[in-house]
Design a protein around this ligand. Structure first.
Ligand SMILES: [Zn+2]
Length: 214
């Protein structure tokens, strides 16, 4: 006789992609704001406050090593309904890693997110947008879809708050995914820009939202 254990519910693994998703069609006049590399206690709270003020949700692609330092910020993201997603542990160039190295970078980060907010991430984004086949296979095995972006604000170059605002408003279109950063350097321009372009997007009739995945 063998011991019987009831089957545990398991979310089906997503397909193994050959390239990341870059936009999210089918959302109507909606777009997605995403913030990478955090959380950073200097900048993430300002971004969370602005999103909260306008009652909108966004995606945060966090690095595991940053998340481990600021678990309260992760919990705040989740409590506000934001999507906490995986951006690797230490922001390496994924194609320079072995399979085991990629699994470690993504797996440890997913574990940290799951432990902190109670749910494993459903999305991941390769640092520098540098994907490879191993990353697609390992990401899918970990239950995640790869999401890139449509509009790059290049905010990490600190081009000035006005330039970041203009790039977002000029790039806005249904299904677009906007890339900004809440860590990795001085991100005060990114925080200030959000305060200006978010009301602009909403005034233009955009719904700022997050993708739904089952
Ligand atoms: Zn990054």
């Amino acid at each position: 006789m063998t011991a019987h254990t009831p089957p545990r519910f398991r979310r089906p693994a997503p397909p193994v992609r050959t390239r990341p998703l870059e936009e999210l069609p089918g959302l109507g006049r909606s777009l997605v704001l995403s913030f990478d590399d955090g959380p950073d206690p200097r900048y993430t709270p300002g971004i969370l406050a602005t999103l909260r003020e306008h009652g909108v949700r966004a995606m945060f692609f966090v690095c595991g090593e940053m998340a481990a330092d600021s678990p309260d910020l992760l919990r705040e993201m989740a409590a506000d309904g934001h999507v906490v997603a995986n951006h690797s542990w230490s922001h390496p160039l994924i194609p320079s890693l072995s399979r085991a190295g990629i699994r470690d970078e993504l797996g440890r980060t997913s574990d940290t997110i799951a432990r902190t907010v109670g749910e494993a991430p459903l999305w991941y984004r390769a640092p520098y947008g540098a994907w490879n086949r191993n990353s697609f296979e390992i990401g899918a095995a970990l239950g995640m879809e790869p999401l890139a972006w449509t509009v790059d604000t290049l905010d990490w170059k600190e081009p000035g708050t006005g330039t970041i605002v203009r790039r977002v408003l000029d790039g806005a279109a249904p299904g677009v995914v906007v890339l900004s950063h809440d860590a990795g350097g001085d991100r005060s321009q990114s925080v200030a820009a959000l305060r200006r372009y978010l009301p602009g997007l909403l005034a233009d009739g955009y719904r700022v939202t997050v993708p739904f995945r089952t």
